[in-house]
Design a protein around this ligand. Structure first.
Ligand code: ASP
Length: 312
């Protein structure tokens, strides 16, 4: 164990047009409780000496199991009225990574991504192949109705006969994001990142967003930082956003905070992208910038700071 090593965790449940006053007090409380549960699950693991990779997987599983977020249970509907989920996980110690895309029926896609990383000899598995791999390892599958959420079904019915597709969590078209993610730095100074999503409402043609793409929506490197993104996936892919934060730290010597701000408030809006990210560095510092009205987010550090917030 490193002396004086600070440990920390940050999580998100998506960014978007989250306006104060548009949510009932009851619903807001439910979001805060889910965020708190995920945060504490991860923090207690880190506190007990668990590695960052265990903490991020555990936090994301809690959020996947909640219908409030667009990942696992509560994933948005595709144009076919089904659910296709994406997830990625990465360890900063040795740059090991695993990801899955276009998977159906998997209760916890993030755990499948972890098994891809640890047991497949590959990094990225898609569709039927990923599902066969999951079956071979005995992953839990759920029926379609487990993923059904009335609110998300309504969201889909509103646009299903159009060519529109939509991100989660807002009123304005094209500005709703509900992906979940976690980043952590453990007592050894190892960082890890995990991201999981149902993607965009009414997506078709096997659309894949940034979330399962290493370097776009998810990245971890002990020399720099761990990052999990949420937002307009197409732009996060083009901006190679998660890796860009790391590269600014590595090549330009920027701090975590400066690098994360430069990407979210500088580079990403320049190409038309909106959303946010959560990041930690190997010193346990945390950054949670977003350029939308809100982002479901929370963090806790061993230094004693903690916050759970939704709006800017
Ligand atoms: N980035 C995700 C995607 O494009 C959406 C989100 O953040 O909610 O699939």
């Amino acid at each position: 164990m490193k002396q004086n090593q600070k440990y920390s965790v940050a999580i998100h449940g998506g960014a978007g047009t989250l306006l104060r006053g548009q949510m009932t007090a009851e619903k807001e409380k439910a979001y805060r409780t889910s965020l708190e549960n995920a945060l504490e699950k991860a923090y207690q693991l880190l506190d007990a000496g668990a590695p960052a990779i265990d903490a991020v997987e555990a936090a994301v599983k809690v959020l996947e199991d909640s219908p409030l977020f667009n990942a696992g249970k509560g994933s948005v509907f595709t144009a076919e009225g089904t659910h296709e989920m994406d997830a990625a996980i990465m360890e900063g110690k040795d740059l090991h990574a695993g990801a899955v895309t276009l998977v159906k029926g998997i209760k916890n896609p993030i755990s499948l991504a972890r098994d891809v990383m640890e047991k497949s000899g590959h990094v990225f598995l898609a569709g039927e192949g990923a599902l066969n791999f999951a079956r071979s390892l005995g992953h839990v599958f759920e029926e379609e109705r487990y993923f059904y959420d009335e609110f998300r079904h309504k969201q889909w019915l509103e646009i299903k006969d159009s060519n529109n597709f939509q991100l989660d969590h807002s009123n304005a078209k094209d500005s709703k994001f509900g992906t979940v993610g976690a980043v952590a730095c453990d007592r050894e100074g190892n960082v890890a990142a995990a991201t999981s999503t149902g993607g965009m409402t009414n997506k078709k043609f096997g659309r894949v967003g940034d979330s399962p793409i290493i370097g776009a929506g998810n990245y971890a490197n002990n020399h720099t930082c761990a990052v999990s993104c949420t937002g307009s996936g197409e732009y996060f892919i083009r901006g190679v956003v998660a890796y860009d934060v790391s590269a600014l730290m590595e090549y330009k010597g920027l701090s975590l905070e400066a690098a994360a701000n430069e990407v979210i408030h500088g580079r990403l809006p320049k190409i038309g992208g909106d959303g946010g990210l959560i990041a930690v560095d190997a010193e346990g510092n945390v950054a949670l910038p977003f350029n939308t009205e809100g982002m479901y987010r929370a963090y806790r550090t061993s230094g004693g700071s903690k916050d759970i917030a939704i709006y800017s």
